[in-house]
Design a protein around this ligand. Structure first.
Ligand code: SF4
Ligand code: MG
Length: 323
């Protein structure tokens, strides 16, 4: 298996001015020293509660954000420090599908214009070739090509997400950051979109980083799954292994909170419920960041931050229970 993306000790800190009189600047450590890799053709799932840094990690990898420290290698090339002009060819290779397909699609543009936009940004094809590409892409994502001159608001949530996916595919990317692409959709539509993404992956040889807030959404599409908590990667393993033998207490808690999907229930009712609140990222706990919610926490957990280590067969976890 070839590595497509390698992330090394990546950090993304956001300055927050806490006290305007003292002028003291604090930082939110949204991504705090994270390392992992993504293989070509693989789907790496990334889960964790809202605000744990998943989107920031994804966006820092594809250079929508500059990293604070650390490196991202794309096919061995360090793209985290490249100048804007050098990174352009890599921007073509990396696309995003966002959570809210409505907010991410300009309401004043037709489907045709929306899908053509990345082609014109990257100067690809003649006008005729672009129109043919739109036709082909709409078919690929299961939409009737005759819809090309309609506006996004004329479509359902699931159809809008298909338009967002067609737009992301327009310039033949290799890597797609799927940032909660199904979280805003009705449960009945989620599986359809996931299946389509899987088919497109096989057909086009795509690699995905697939972000979701609960494990049930990424289980089937992911080859491996990473779990994030307060800016840290706390566990990473093959999808089935993580499911059958979750090692980190946070992953265990996430798994035991997996809701049974029931399309008759409102979306708010099937939300993942985990005991206790996530501590403020401005003032995270010392040592292990999960210790304020962990039933196994000891004095050591408050003093020493656990590091990711292999606990067998490539299964990685950061917890003192495995020291
Ligand atoms: Fe719990 Fe300690 Fe492991 Fe953190 S290091 S998850 S507090 S047992
Ligand atoms: Mg997010």
């Amino acid at each position: 298996k070839n590595t497509l993306i390698e992330v090394k000790n990546l950090k993304k800190y956001f300055p927050v001015r806490k006290d305007i009189f003292l002028g003291k600047v604090q930082y939110i450590k949204a991504v705090d020293d994270i390392s992992f890799h993504i293989n070509e053709g693989e789907t790496l799932g990334l889960v964790g509660e809202s605000g744990c840094g998943k989107s920031t990690l994804g966006r820092t990898i594809i250079r929508l954000y500059d990293s604070t420290e650390g490196d991202v290698f794309y096919k061995g090339k360090n793209i985290s420090r490249m100048k804007e002009k050098d990174i352009k060819p890599y921007r073509r290779k990396m696309q995003v599908v966002f959570q809210d397909p409505y907010a991410s699609l300009n309401p004043r543009m037709t489907v045709d214009q929306l899908i053509k936009e990345p082609l014109s940004i990257h100067n690809i094809g003649s006008e005729k070739e672009r129109s043919e590409r739109v036709y082909e892409l709409l078919e690929k994502v299961g939409l009737n090509p005759s819809y090309f001159n309609r506006y996004a608001h004329e479509f359902s949530g699931g159809q809008r997400q298909r338009i967002g996916i067609a737009r992301a595919l327009a310039i033949n990317p290799e890597f797609i950051l799927c940032d909660e692409p199904i979280s805003a959709l009705d449960v009945s539509i989620q599986a359809q979109v996931v299946n389509m993404l899987e088919e497109l992956q096989n057909e086009m040889g795509l690699t995905y980083l697939f972000i979701a807030h609960d494990l049930s959404m990424v289980r089937h599409i992911s080859h491996r799954i990473g779990v994030m908590y307060l800016g840290k990667l706390v566990e990473l393993a093959d999808s089935n292994e993580l499911y059958n033998r979750p090692a980190h207490p946070y992953t265990q808690a996430l798994l035991s909170s997996i809701p049974v999907p029931d399309p008759r229930l409102a979306k708010s009712k099937i939300k993942t419920i985990l005991e206790g609140d996530v501590p403020s990222p401005l003032n995270p706990p010392s040592g292990c960041k999960f210790r304020t919610r962990c039933k196994y926490a000891t004095a050591k957990c408050a003093e020493i931050e656990p590091q990711m280590k292999d606990i067998g067969g490539g299964h990685m976890a950061a917890c003192h229970l495995f020291d």
